[in-house]
Design a protein around this ligand. Structure first.
Ligand code: MG
Length: 401
């Protein structure tokens, strides 16, 4: 019998090569030179994840058999007793993805092979078009169409809702103000304009980012139905998921949901009751490849497609993990793609590339991505109080970002 390979050390690498603070776990093994990397990025609370890995998971993991991914995942989830929160889920994801990377390297196969092999050669992606007004959004959409993208998310004014109609009370504090009702009016107008300008072929997506009251979200989904979105994302907050049934009863706008989910009980009813069309978790936020694989297989039984969250605060390693799931999942829908800068490609050799809208893997064993630790260390994470999530309604009340 082959000798057991064990976890020798767990390193947590923090780096900020672009806007987001990234957390990468590197697991070193008893087999000299064999290691794996995983994404544990929770950019707004990165120091909490760092401590969870270094102070709690590392002592728990040293000496364990690297081959026992499932057992380690299950035991990591219950070892803290309290579970399914964003800090620990991300920490566990870093370990889980690194173990899949190691298993792939041991097998001499890319991770998509371990999952069951490819259903497709590349993952179709969507890009993020935006602008200050609806004319700039059209220009931005045309730019991405020119680069070959077939799917384009359209936003206006960041996540939207900034408006001259905002009349703050005297003495109102600073913050990122938006007007939910103005949001509805301006965004429906923008989506209508973009569709009329760019024609019916290009697939358009929109992210409400949970900015509306539930009944306004129902109205919004109805109002944009004629413009045939590919999907409408985060129409509701996780706290309001029962309202998805109201949207479903009113219109056939395809619905995507999930990036804020932590707990299986948040997504299982939505899939089972066929209330959403795309399941959209942040793979590190849900605990890594192991739970994401289960969710994809579960959603497939209900013909719900995957659309894993893919912003800049999913690290390049996390994007590589997304891609392996995308290549395998029979019910793959679309992959969000954030377009990394050159420095990220230097720090993370093997970072997948998009050509004509398709995200391609390399054929290296494991996740096919690495990290240059020396270069990463030259771009340390900056501590700051997060401003963009200090969102407020016109009267100054705190709102969801
Ligand atoms: Mg989103």
């Amino acid at each position: 019998m082959a000798e057991t390979i064990t976890i020798k050390d767990v390193k947590t690498i923090l780096t900020q090569p672009a806007g987001s603070r990234l957390i990468i776990v590197k697991i070193l093994t008893s087999d000299d030179g064999l290691y794996g990397v995983g994404c544990a990025t929770f950019t707004q609370r990165f120091r909490a994840v760092h401590t969870a890995i270094e102070q709690h998971l590392k002592p728990f993991l040293i000496g364990r058999d690297v081959d026992r991914i499932e057992e380690i995942w299950q035991m990591s989830m219950v070892n803290s007793y309290w579970r399914n929160g964003p800090v620990l889920n991300n920490a566990i994801s870093g370990v889980d993805q690194a173990l899949w990377d190691i298993k792939g390297k041991r097998a001499g196969m890319p991770v998509f092979q371990l999952l069951g092999g490819k259903c497709r050669e590349a993952a179709d992606t969507y890009a993020h078009a935006s602008g200050r007004d609806k004319h700039e959004v059209v220009d931005s959409v045309r730019h991405y169409m020119g680069e070959g993208y077939r799917h384009i998310r359209i936003q206006m004014g960041g996540y939207g809702g900034q408006s001259d109609a905002i009349q703050k009370p005297e003495g109102a504090p600073d913050g990122a103000y938006y007007h939910p009702r103005e949001y509805c009016r301006l965004m429906v107008e923008m989506i209508e304009h973009v569709r009329s300008e760019v024609g019916p072929e290009v697939e358009l997506l929109h992210d409400i980012h949970e900015r509306l009251r539930p009944i306004d979200a129902v109205q919004f989904a109805k109002d944009v139905e004629p413009f045939k979105l590919f999907f409408l994302e985060d129409a509701l907050a996780p706290e309001d998921i029962e309202w998805f049934r109201n949207i479903r009863e009113q219109c056939a706008t395809p619905i995507a949901m999930g990036e804020l989910f932590n707990h299986p009980r948040e997504w299982t009813p939505l899939v089972q009751d066929r209330l959403i069309d795309f399941i959209r978790m942040h793979v590190s936020q849900m605990g890594g490849i192991t739970p994401a694989r289960n969710v994809a297989a579960f959603a497939n039984m209900y013909n719900v497609r995957t659309a894993w969250h893919g912003p800049g605060d999913t690290s390049p390693v996390g994007h590589a993990a997304n891609l392996h799931l995308d290549l395998w999942a029979p019910n793959f829908g679309i992959q969000e793609w954030c377009r990394f800068n050159e420095l990220c490609y230097e720090i993370f050799p093997g970072l997948p590339e998009v050509r004509m809208g398709y995200l391609y893997p390399n054929d290296n064993p494991g996740l096919g991505i690495d990290i240059d630790e020396d270069l990463a260390a030259k771009h340390p994470c900056q501590d700051e109080v997060i401003q963009w999530t200090q969102t407020r309604a016109p009267d100054g009340s705190p709102m969801r970002p």
